[in-house]
Design a protein. Structure first.
Length: 94
């Protein structure tokens, strides 16, 4: 296994992407308005959250240096978990 720590540059770039995705989450979630979210916005929130968690796992928890099996397992697990949470939220919205 290759347990190489991520460089400062890649961590800062990841942080910048996370910052931009957080702004995207705020816009998709309509944090400043009092309206209900559409189905498309709820799905986009789930996908943005999934991508943000993958970045945190791969760069800040260094899952990137683990085997591809671990990467795919965590990515799949998070996708299913956030998909279920999104589905429950959408079902409760009806």
């Amino acid at each position: 296994m290759n347990f190489k720590s991520p460089s400062l540059r890649s961590l800062l770039l990841c942080w910048l992407v996370l910052l931009i995705l957080t702004l995207g989450t705020m816009i998709s979630g309509r944090v400043t308005s009092n309206i209900s979210l559409t189905t498309l916005l709820i799905i986009s929130l789930g996908l943005i959250t999934w991508f943000k968690t993958l970045l945190i796992l791969r760069y800040y928890l260094n899952l990137k240096s683990a085997s591809k099996g671990w990467n795919h397992a965590f990515g799949g697990y998070l996708f299913v978990l956030l998909g279920l949470i999104t589905l429950i939220f959408l079902t409760g919205k009806l």
